[in-house]
Design a protein around this ligand. Structure first.
Ligand SMILES: [Zn+2]
Length: 93
């Protein structure tokens, strides 16, 4: 079991490395785990777990889709907000 600070770290790494976008997703779906690998923690989404599927619109291409655990989606949401604020200089005054 990975604790929350470690998840947040993985979320940050995934955003920085471009594995997952830092912008808001277009849609979120919840469903039972399908065995896909989570884009944040790289652990499988088991059938007894909730799987959250998010997608991002890409101009002229099929949507980019990611599958995440609820805790990983929460960590990504927090970290992408922080990173976006840092890089755009908001709250820097
Ligand atoms: Zn995960």
């Amino acid at each position: 079991m990975v604790d929350e600070p470690a998840i947040r770290e993985k979320a940050r790494d995934a955003i920085r490395s471009g594995k997952i976008p830092s912008r808001a997703q277009r849609r979120t779906f919840g469903r039972p785990g399908s065995g896909d690998i989570c884009s944040i923690c790289a652990e499988p989404l088991r059938r007894d777990q909730l799987e959250l599927e998010i997608d991002f619109q890409r101009p002229g291409a099929a949507p980019e889709v990611h599958h995440l655990h609820p805790r990983c989606l929460a960590a990504w949401g927090l970290e992408r907000t922080k990173l976006t604020e840092d890089s755009e200089g908001h709250r820097s005054i």
